[in-house]
Design a protein around this ligand. Structure first.
Ligand SMILES: C[S@@+](CC[C@H](N)C(=O)[O-])C[C@H]1O[C@@H](n2cnc3c(N)ncnc32)[C@H](O)[C@@H]1O
Length: 207
């Protein structure tokens, strides 16, 4: 069935359930390894828009969790006849995300992987149009070279960001510094930081 809005009623219901749960976990300061830690709504919506606006057909996500962001990416990619490849190192999360994407009617658009992001980067197809990185920069750093090589000219890497209190890490953390030095040394890239939803995000575009 065709929906003129980006999300179908079933998709909106799954998104609403996940958002409510995520909010509860944040308010309770949950330390459960299964907690969602979903993208902020405006960030997920921005990425869905980017998929549509750039006509992205090959989308990769590092950090599936329960699939909140994957639903945004997949709903948009589906309209482009595209696909989303997503990875999480926790099999319980992959299984949970698969159930959510099935409930949202989007499972056929998504390929799920359970492994470390470095392994995932190596098996990703190319050329990648849009990449979402939704776990720590130091943990993603070993996959950066492979992802850059698979990114198409004009392709985007969006790294979900950090709060104002964490901003100092950008200057002090060796993992962040190594990441930045890698980007600075690469003349095929332009990168910048963007504030959205109270966080600072990193955007990298291949020229
Ligand atoms: C912030 S959550 C992702 C949230 C998700 N994108 C969303 O918006 O719903 C980060 C996820 O990345 C996974 N993760 C962390 N480090 C990883 C790694 N090195 N390789 C693969 N997955 C990893 C965690 O298990 C966790 O589920």
């Amino acid at each position: 069935m065709h929906f003129p809005t980006l999300f179908s009623p079933a998709q909106l219901q799954v998104l609403d359930e996940l958002k409510t749960r995520d909010l509860q976990e944040r308010q309770a300061r949950s330390t459960d390894p299964m907690r969602l830690r979903a993208l902020r709504q405006g960030v997920a919506e921005f990425l869905g828009m980017m998929v549509l606006q750039t006509r992205a057909r090959l989308v990769a996500e590092f950090g599936t969790s329960a699939g909140y962001s994957a639903i945004h990416l997949a709903a948009a990619a589906q309209r482009m006849g595209g696909r989303v490849f997503t990875v999480d190192r926790m099999p319980e999360k992959t299984a949970w995300a698969r159930r959510n994407l099935e409930a949202a009617g989007l499972a056929e658009v998504v390929e799920f992987f359970t492994c470390d992001g470095v392994e995932f980067a190596a098996i990703l197809p190319s050329p990648l149009d849009l990449v979402l990185v939704d776990y720590g920069i130091p943990a993603f750093l070993p996959a950066l070279g492979t992802v850059k090589a698979k990114l198409r000219p004009g392709g985007l890497i969006f790294v979900d960001g950090w709060s104002a209190e964490e901003e100092g890490r950008w200057e002090t953390d060796p993992g962040y510094r190594a990441f930045r030095e890698n980007l600075d040394a690469d003349r095929s890239l332009v990168w910048w930081r963007m504030s959205l939803e109270g966080k600072v995000h990193l955007l990298v575009v291949k020229l």
